[in-house]
Design a protein around this ligand. Structure first.
Ligand code: TMO
Length: 314
């Protein structure tokens, strides 16, 4: 047979095998921008190695059920501050796979724009919050308001434990949080909002995280710990938190090369904030943002891709 034809045939049969024998890898697309873009980056890299991909658009809450039942295969950004509890629990019970930490170090915490400090000079110390509650109030004489998103952290428990005169308002996703941030900062209106790093926000708006009592695991379990001797959750979220990838057992067992590829892709802080910026500031679609992100990081991407070769395995 003509050599060229043989190569074509081999490639063709590899493709058939990849697409018919193995079900598509289900990538969770959750509710904040960097995660959405980087899901598509992983999807693109996996498909370049012959895997077929589907995206599952879900909210953060549902990821644990979906991953542990094999209905979803990959979540590319598991954040320590809001997700460690559920993640660690499922890994320990061997219901999901820890596909390793990214290089990035993370923080998720109450945050305010820098101009707020003029009206509340005691910040970032959390003890200043009650004195300043009125500047964060949405109604005259009402409690301060803290805006957050759909990510798991018992803020109401923290408010009770630290005896803060604040209410929590939960917004739908990172897009609505971004609109709130832009609206308030454009009027220099005091704002207390959930924020995280790495994120695009730090490159556009000056601001600071509130410094709560430093996080320790015991704060969540030992009532005697810390400021409030009767209640848990009297501390902040971890600083320098980890960022991990979660994979379904089914994927790890049936497509080990996909797992190897996922493990070899490790993102740093700039990778994450750039991903968020491409959607939140540049207004690209998730797919276009992923293509652009890959172009911006071509050398790193080539390096990741050269470490594993799944095409020969199909
Ligand atoms: C999960 N998040 C990065 C929005 O805090």
């Amino acid at each position: 047979m003509h050599k060229f034809m043989a190569v074509i045939l081999i490639l063709f049969s590899q493709n058939l095998f990849a697409e018919h024998k193995l079900r598509p890898i289900q990538i969770l697309q959750l509710d904040w921008s960097s995660q959405i873009v980087l899901s598509h980056v992983y999807g693109e890299l996996l498909s370049r190695h012959g895997f077929s991909i589907e995206y599952l658009k879900k909210n953060s809450d549902s990821q644990w059920f979906l991953l542990s039942t094999g209905k979803a295969d990959l979540q590319v950004e598991v954040w320590e501050g809001t997700m460690a509890k559920r993640f660690d629990d499922l890994v320990q019970r061997e219901l999901i796979i820890d596909a390793g930490s990214h290089k990035a170090l993370t923080r998720e915490e109450w945050w305010y724009p820098a101009y707020v400090k003029e009206q509340c000079p005691g910040l970032p110390d959390w003890r200043a919050l009650n004195d300043c509650a009125s500047i964060f109030a949405e109604t005259i004489g009402g409690p301060g308001v803290y805006f957050t998103g759909p990510w798991e952290k018992p803020d109401r428990a923290r408010i009770r434990a630290l005896q803060l005169n604040f209410n929590v308002v939960e917004l739908k996703n990172s897009d609505v949080l971004r609109q709130k941030l832009i609206e308030y900062t454009s009027q220099k209106r005091p704002l207390l909002i959930f924020n995280w790093s790495p994120n695009w926000v730090e490159s556009v708006f000056e601001g600071e995280f509130v410094e709560f009592p430093a996080y320790e695991a015991a704060c969540e379990t030992d009532r005697n710990w810390g400021f409030n001797k009767k209640l848990v959750w009297d501390c902040g979220n971890p600083k320098n938190g980890w960022l991990k990838k979660a994979v379904s057992k089914e994927l790890a067992e049936t497509q080990p090369c996909a797992l190897a590829l996922i493990e070899s892709v490790s993102l740093n802080n700039k990778h994450i904030s750039d991903a968020a910026k491409l959607v939140d500031i540049d207004h690209l679609s998730p797919d276009m943002a992923a293509q652009q992100w890959i172009r911006l990081n071509q050398t790193t991407v080539d390096n990741w891709l050269s470490k594993v070769n799944c095409l020969s395995e199909h």
